[in-house]
Design a protein around this ligand. Structure first.
Ligand SMILES: [Zn+2]
Length: 137
């Protein structure tokens, strides 16, 4: 039996609930359309769950959605056009994939560190993996 097969066999013996618990849930946006704008009420909380600066997440999402937008004093994110929540969720998922989740173990226990030469790395505290990450959005 080779290694891959061993892994497969070990995995088959684990109850499904183990995987359920391990999977990191990326929060979904909550909000509504207001005239020609989209208001998101929990954007800061999402950045908090992802443990990334809200400005970093915002910059990415605005660029990907090609829309202007900013965070008001009240904490609401107001986007300058009508955008369905599903599209915003998709961008946040992609952000998490690129900047939060460890490519090796899939856990969100990571941080971005800047090192000499302007390179940034995604470092995982769960498995110790270190991967280069885009430093500019
Ligand atoms: Zn990892």
């Amino acid at each position: 039996m080779d290694y891959v097969e061993l892994l497969k066999r070990a995995r088959d013996q684990l109850p499904e609930s183990v995987f359920e618990k391990e999977r990191f849930e990326i929060p979904k946006v909550r909000g509504h359309i207001e005239g020609n704008k989209t208001v998101i009420v929990n954007f800061q909380q999402i950045a908090g769950v992802l443990r990334r600066p809200v400005d970093h997440l915002l910059k990415y999402v605005l660029k990907e959605l090609a829309t202007p937008g900013d965070i008001k004093k009240s904490g609401l994110l107001v986007l300058g056009s009508k955008i369905p929540a599903s599209r915003i969720n998709e961008k946040i998922r992609r952000y998490a994939h690129d900047f939060v989740l460890c490519p090796d173990c899939g856990k969100p226990d990571t941080e971005i560190s800047k090192e000499t030469g302007g390179l940034s790395y995604l470092k995982c505290s769960a498995c110790g993996a270190k991967h280069p990450v885009k430093s500019k959005i």
